[in-house]
Design a protein around this ligand. Structure first.
Ligand code: TYD
Ligand code: MG
Length: 467
């Protein structure tokens, strides 16, 4: 019989090495490679005992499904992010930094589903029963029929949830605490986490229960992160937010049963998470419209428009090299906008520090924010405030052209709803609504924008040779 070989697995990215190495070739992290037994675990690798295959019954694509395939939680922001509720028989991974509010969100969902008569089992591997109860009391969930267990052993959990009436929803909090007798690796390693998750997914598929798995995102790579199980689950949601701010965003990064560009927005309060159905009001909450360097971006998150303020500060540098700092946006993208401003608009920023911030700790991922960023930068440099009732959106290309983006009508509608009567947008948008009445300024290139904001070149402090 062949000698059982061990393998060396990176705890950060899951790359398998044939020998121990100090630096993982997959992700470049140091000291993340741990020796593990590949044969251990439920369903791991080719089994030790060769077994003859058993034919499974083939079926057709059409057929009766007797119950609603989705379980609506009634928490609109959560249902929006999952694409209409949890899917029966599926596994959802909810990742996020420790302390961001994953357990809170799931306890609230569990309570909501339990109130609707669903059988919900909450398995806590991190907190004792008393602690979970305390949180439930605070969230007003203590009087519901949510079934609670504090357990970390995979086999015990499976035996528990498999007993009695089939649960509609099982919550495992968290996957990092799971450990199985069958996997020969220390708890918290990739092998243990994978084994546990695999067993939970199998339970979901076999019984039709919806499975929600919580995973902490760890930057150090000490404990196997949710990334190593992302490919195994049906949907991956990340719960994000800034510790300094109260609101939290549930972002879909993978969904086999729905769209992936939706977000759910919540606000953390002292009685748990509160839904925020109009995020724009939240992000524009503390706006000082008179200050230079602030531009309101009319963005889109999935099917929902979101208005958010982009703030720029441009100041002469006191150091040899100018500083560039970005919060809430892409740093290379800022460099690109600065280069385009310099090359095509004659705006010299080489000897200026540039700071860019997206208000409220929000993170923008759309290229459509280019125009708002450029406006904020020019406004700050010129020392001239932008009109308070104007929104900006459009993608900037390297040639300095401003290109149309999708959902023009929806962005403008949201802006109007929130009292913005003007907009600066790319020329030639296909779905520009008729009857703008001159309130919408269509621009073709970045130089037009600079001319509009700064007006005379004096405002940008340019000398005649610069132009
Ligand atoms: P928690 O759900 O335990 O985070 P996670 O499971 O992601 O680690 O949330 C922890 C934080 O949320 C904690 O810092 C306190 C805060 N919190 C509130 O502000 N209000 C509340 O009602 C609850 C339950 C928690
Ligand atoms: Mg928790």
């Amino acid at each position: 019989m062949a000698k059982a070989r061990t393998q060396f697995v990176c705890q950060n990215c899951g790359t398998v090495h044939s020998r121990w190495v100090g630096k993982c070739e997959g992700c470049g992290e140091w000291n993340t490679v741990v020796e593990e037994d590949p044969m251990g675990g439920i369903g791991a690798g080719p089994g030790r005992v060769p077994k003859k295959g058993r034919p499974v019954a083939l079926t057709t694509l059409s057929g009766e499904t007797e119950e609603a395939p989705r379980i609506h939680t009634g928490i609109a922001e959560l249902d929006r992010a999952t694409g209409g509720g949890f899917v029966r028989g599926s596994a959802v991974l909810i990742g996020g930094d420790p302390g961001i509010g994953k357990s809170t969100l799931l306890m609230q969902s569990a309570a909501a589903l339990s109130r609707m008569g669903h059988r919900v089992i909450y398995v806590s591997g991190e907190e004792a029963v008393a602690q979970v109860r305390l949180r439930a009391q605070r969230l007003g969930a203590a009087e519901t029929d949510v079934l609670l267990a504090a357990e970390t052993n995979v086999e015990d959990i499976l035996a528990t949830v498999g007993e009695g009436r089939r649960p509609d929803l099982v919550i495992i909090d968290s996957i990092q605490t799971l450990w199985s007798d069958t996997a020969e690796a220390a708890p918290g390693t990739v092998t243990q986490v994978r084994t546990g998750v695999q067993a939970m997914i199998r339970f979901a598929k076999q019984t039709g229960a919806a499975m929600v798995l919580v995973g902490h995102v760890t930057k150090e790579g000490q404990i196997a992160g949710p990334r190593v199980v992302e490919h195994m689950v049906d949907a991956v949601l990340y719960f994000e937010g800034d510790r300094g701010h109260h609101y939290r965003i549930l972002r879909t990064v993978k969904n086999r049963f729905g769209p992936t560009d939706e977000i759910g927005v919540f606000e953390m309060s002292d009685i748990g998470l509160r839904e925020v159905s109009n995020p724009s009001e939240l992000f524009l909450g503390e706006r000082n419209a008179k200050a230079p360097g602030a531009a309101v971006f009319a963005g889109m998150e999935g099917t929902r428009p979101v208005l958010v303020e982009v703030q720029a500060l441009v100041a002469p540098t006191s150091l040899g090299t100018a500083r560039r700092a970005v919060v809430g946006w892409d740093s290379p993208r800022l460099s690109m906008i600065l280069a385009v401003l310099e090359a095509h608009c004659g705006v010299r920023l080489g000897s200026h520090d540039v700071y860019l911030n997206v208000a409220g700790g929000y993170r923008i991922s759309e290229p459509a924010a280019d125009l708002a960023v450029a406006s904020a930068l020019v406004s700050s440099l010129a020392g001239l405030a932008l009109p308070a009732d104007c929104v900006y959106f459009g993608e900037v290309s390297l040639s300095g052209a401003v290109r149309p983006v999708a959902h023009t009508a929806q962005r403008l509608k949201e802006a109007e709803k929130l009292g913005f009567s003007q907009a600066v947008l790319p020329a030639g948008a296909a779905d520009l609504p008729k009857g703008g009445g001159g309130r919408w300024t269509e621009i073709e290139g970045l130089p037009d924008l600079v001319a509009r904001i700064a007006g005379s070149r004096g405002a940008l402090g340019k000398s005649d040779e610069d132009v």
